[in-house]
Design a protein around this ligand. Structure first.
Ligand code: TXA
Ligand code: MG
Length: 311
């Protein structure tokens, strides 16, 4: 406990000095910097090798903090009450008086925001008087990190500090909902779309239709393990790592399972971790079983489909 408190203090010191650090969230680790500081935010883009036209999500502790920077509406309020803090992000109108760096939003008048539920990061956010911009803490297009070690694997000693909060509980990025104009899900993620539909019946999720707000993170070149991945596999070839949803009795050495009993939340939690493990072991190819396209399975399928498309 004491260790955590002193680490939070350290993290705050770095953030106040406009440095970029990694912070844990319940979804994935974030590469965090003061969202009001141009200098701090530009460090995120540089470290991540992220194109400047790809805006960042800003992380808040409370609703009153958020109101300084954006306009809220009834739909936002309903979703906020039900899911926050938690793995959901909202695209809202930026207030003209906001101090958010223009780099964060790519100079647009919309902003993506969220309230992470991870206890360490909530403690940290409570103690500072600026919100924190934080994309996933990986080099652009690679897999998001879900532990301190994953972040080290991405950035080595280029990163000054990592706040260690254990393994991320959700293991997939937040669901992004656009609340400007007609509400729309822009990215599937930690909150299942069906629970959002139940609350806001008008909400539409249709990736096939052209969406007005571009989400570069939903481009093909994303979430890549860097090696070919074959989907819906019933068995593996001798040179493939085989990812199973459920543990089997006879596990051959090339088998990696995501859950003991095909629990989809567990599958989500272990997906990125397993992809990294397979790559570290030196495999050059991956085969993965079919994952049911229900509940959080939708978000899992979204990520592995993208991962399979860019070798
Ligand atoms: O779970 C998460 O959301 C994690 C943790 C660290 O909070 N963050 C995350 O950030 O996944 P990132 O940058 O890897 O993905 C954010 C996505 C990007 O695809 C970006 O294009 C989109 O959000 N985005 C950011 N601002 C936007 C905006 N104003 N309008 C539409 N999309 C936006
Ligand atoms: Mg990302």
């Amino acid at each position: 406990m004491k260790k955590n408190d002193s680490n939070i203090k350290k993290a705050i010191k770095y953030l106040k000095n406009n440095e970029c650090i990694a912070i844990p969230t319940e979804t994935v680790y974030g590469l965090a910097a003061n969202a009001y500081s141009h200098k701090a935010v530009s460090r995120i883009f540089k470290l991540k090798k992220r194109p400047k036209n790809n805006p960042l999500i800003v992380h808040y502790y409370s609703l009153s903090d958020l109101k300084k920077d954006c306009e809220i509406n009834n739909t936002f309020f309903k979703l906020f009450k039900k899911f926050c803090p938690g793995p959901i992000s909202f695209v809202l109108k930026l207030k003209k008086t906001s101090k958010i760096s223009k780099l964060v939003t790519n100079n647009s008048n919309s902003i993506a925001v969220r309230f992470p539920s991870h206890q360490l990061t909530r403690k940290l956010l409570k103690k500072i008087n600026f919100p924190v911009a934080a994309p996933s803490a990986n080099i652009s297009t690679s897999i998001s990190p879900v532990s301190k070690q994953d972040v080290i694997d991405e950035f080595g000693d280029k990163l000054k500090f990592i706040l260690d909060g254990g393994t991320s509980k959700v293991g997939l990025e937040s669901t992004i909902v656009n609340l400007i104009g007609k509400p729309q899900i822009l990215r599937l993620g930690g909150i299942e779309s069906k629970t959002i539909y139940k609350l806001i019946s008008s909400i539409k999720h249709d990736f096939k239709k052209k969406i007005k707000v571009k989400v570069p993170g939903t481009n093909k070149l994303h979430y890549s393990p860097g090696i070919p991945m074959r989907l819906n596999a019933k068995k593996n070839f001798y040179d493939e790592a085989f990812i199973l949803i459920k543990k089997r009795k006879n596990l051959s050495k090339n088998y990696f399972y995501l859950s003991k009993k095909s629990n989809l939340k567990e599958v989500a939690k272990n997906l990125y971790k397993t992809l990294r493990k397979i790559k570290k072991k030196g495999y050059k190819k991956i085969a993965i079983e079919r994952i049911p396209n229900i509940n959080i399975g939708e978000a899992i399928n979204d990520r592995i489909l993208r991962a399979s498309k860019n070798e």
